[in-house]
Ligand binder design. Structure first.
Ligand SMILES: Cc1cc2nc3c(=O)[nH]c(=O)nc-3n(C[C@H](O)[C@H](O)[C@H](O)COP(=O)(O)O)c2cc1C
Length: 173
């Protein structure tokens, strides 16, 4: 049994406070690569992963997510990197492939010594005019569907403890 991998899956937690220091290229690439190895329906590999690090694009992505939420502030908790996960038109298993890529990257982030947090509202972000403008600027199809985004960085807090798991969460029949 690969117990170290199982420990990673159990101990990863959502991190909501980040240092401003940027993540290393090596760690970022390890996280992104883990996303590309997630399962995809019929093996289509139709997921598009975008790591955002430039100050201009970070500000625009943060503002876009906040505008969907209808609030000011940073929904990414000050994370210096944001990972966007979208699906191309070729993707037949909508949102599921993207979600699988997200969980791989969250777990890989913890394994690499980084903090991360799943952040919602990606679908609405990329249905908006600003979202489509961003995709165009990045040379991507404007017809992609947003699945989720992830905050990524070095945690600026203690590693949270998991809540006890719900009775009957998993059963064997
Ligand atoms: C679909 C989905 C959407 C989420 N959206 C947000 C979000 O917008 N903001 C946030 O702070 N956390 C978000 N989370 C993180 C959850 O709140 C977090 O995973 C949950 O509280 C359990 O904590 P854990 O990840 O530490 O086990 C989201 C998680 C999922 C799976």
């Amino acid at each position: 049994m690969k117990t170290e991998a199982l420990e990673v899956l159990k101990n990863r937690r959502a991190i909501r406070r980040y240092k401003s220091e940027q993540v290393s290229r090596e760690e970022l690439e390890a996280v992104l690569e883990a996303g590309t190895y997630a399962p995809t329906g019929v093996g289509t590999q139709g997921v598009q992963i975008i790591a955002v690090q430039s100050p201009e694009y970070l500000a625009r992505v943060k503002a876009l997510n906040a505008s969907v939420l209808g609030r000011d502030g940073d929904p990414y908790y000050g994370a210096p990197t944001i990972i966007l996960v979208l699906e191309t038109e070729e993707c037949k298993t909508h949102t599921l492939d993207g979600a699988a890529a997200c969980t791989n990257m969250l777990n890989a982030a913890y394994a690499a010594g980084l903090g991360s947090c799943w952040i919602h509202r990606c679908r609405e972000m990329f249905e908006s005019e600003e979202g489509k403008r961003l995709l165009k600027e990045w040379g991507l199809s404007e017809n992609m569907t947003g699945v989720a985004s992830l905050a990524l960085g070095y945690a600026d807090c203690e590693q949270p403890k998991p809540k006890p798991r719900r009775e009957g969460y998993a059963i064997i029949v």
